[in-house]
Design a protein around this ligand. Structure first.
Ligand code: UD1
Length: 365
């Protein structure tokens, strides 16, 4: 029996863990254990996703909550170590690039437990991003590296990671998107928010470099002030961003935009329905760059770099940055383009990535 402790902690982890927990069922020799670190804990950031994605109840919840990077990472490590000692897993499997990923990865490797990383090899080459540090360090100590796009294989090769440890398996995020499409289609979010198909834009923001820095945030707001005059904007707001609107004094500028509607963070199904029918999506998220590529919706990424270049070379993503004029220009170009302008589906983004991962884990023993 191969005992695998699977880690999830923050919202983007849940979409990645869901298909894996399903895929393990096909392997009688795999015994999965699910650990939630509690990095995200609000109903709308966590429990809602478990229900909608039918993720089994976690076997353990470390309930670490929020804190500085050091405090959160250290707290996860301290609480995860006894679990490893008690359960003695063969593998710890981590996903993505959040603090829970590196914290549990470090604990596992230092106890001599083998580590598998799903979504390995992605690089923004921007070491000011906390996620880039988490990615680089997790990959450096992983025994098995599961890669979602060709750039990841190339990056790992350039970093000298042994080829036999790296597996190009595709994108587990897209497994969830495909699995949930019918359920998302049934969402009533458009009617609930009074929106027409193709008649609005979606904004999401949560990167510290965008929402913690008042000068950058102000440039983004100036772009939204222009864009909302063309089409309404729906803005499901991350708790970090919500807090900063108040702290940085930007609430009056948002209140003055009559065509911009701030809504609570949405569940997965509502968010997918909203995204699939948007005219454009403006975002600093990683996962949304991938989802819009599959949905064929233009994505304007409000960052200076991306760790997911295949969404640009093959998909619908445009790296726009944070300059007001550049955002507005890119928006106008996207609006002028013919809807459904052909995007290619990246290799192995076929809904079967988790099956490939489970098979490799089962074969490794
Ligand atoms: C984390 C990840 C980021 C990921 C994002 C997705 C790290 C370093 N960052 O960023 O890579 O893209 O999740 O959402 O791991 N908060 C709540 N309720 C919650 C969770 C958070 O109110 O359920 C608030 C707290 O005030 C907290 C803040 O949001 O201090 C930030 O949460 P945190 O987990 O530290 O980072 P995120 O910005 O969510």
């Amino acid at each position: 029996m191969i005992k695998i402790v699977n880690i999830c902690g923050a919202r983007p982890n849940f979409m990645k863990i869901a298909p894996l927990m399903r895929a393990y069922k096909a392997h009688k020799n795999i015994q999965p254990i699910l650990v939630h670190t509690g990095q995200h804990y609000d109903e709308r950031m966590s429990d809602l996703f478990f229900r909608q994605l039918e993720i089994p109840e976690p076997d353990m919840n470390l309930e670490v909550g929020s804190g500085s990077h050091a405090k959160q990472t250290a707290e996860i490590m301290t609480r995860f170590e006894p679990i490893c000692l008690e359960h003695k897993p063969d593998w710890v499997l981590v996903v993505g690039d959040v603090n829970s990923t590196i914290a549990c990865g470090l604990v596992a490797r230092k106890l001599g437990i083998r580590l598998a990383h799903v979504e390995a090899g992605l690089r923004s080459f921007d070491r000011d991003m906390p996620e880039e540090i988490n990615r680089v360090l997790t990959d450096a100590i992983s025994d098995l590296l599961f890669v979602s796009e060709p750039s990841g294989m190339e990056n790992l090769r350039n970093e000298g990671v042994a080829a036999e440890r790296c597996h190009f398996v595709g994108n587990v995020m897209i497994d969830t998107l495909k699995h949930s499409r019918d359920k998302a289609e049934a969402s009533t979010v458009l009617a609930d928010l009074g929106l027409q198909r193709g008649g609005y834009n979606v904004v999401t923001l949560h990167r510290p470099s965008n929402v913690d820095d008042p000068a950058v945030f102000a440039k983004l707001i100036a772009a939204f002030e222009e864009i909302e005059r063309d089409l309404p904007i729906v803005f499901p707001i991350h708790p970090r961003t919500r807090k900063n609107l108040g702290v940085l004094g930007f609430e009056p500028r948002f209140a003055a935009m009559k065509n911009l509607k701030i809504v609570e963070p949405l569940g997965y199904l509502d968010f997918m329905k909203l995204t699939a029918n948007a005219a454009t999506v403006l975002t600093d998220s990683g996962g949304i760059q991938e989802e819009t590529t599959i949905l064929g919706v233009p994505c304007l990424t409000l960052r200076e770099n991306t760790e997911r270049p295949v969404t640009i070379s093959q998909g619908t993503n445009h790296l726009v940055g944070t300059d007001t004029a550049k955002i507005i220009a890119a928006y106008r170009t996207a609006r002028a383009a013919k809807p459904g302008t052909a995007a290619r589906i990246p290799d192995k983004w076929d809904g079967r990535a988790a099956e490939r991962i489970a098979q490799i884990m089962a074969d490794c023993g």
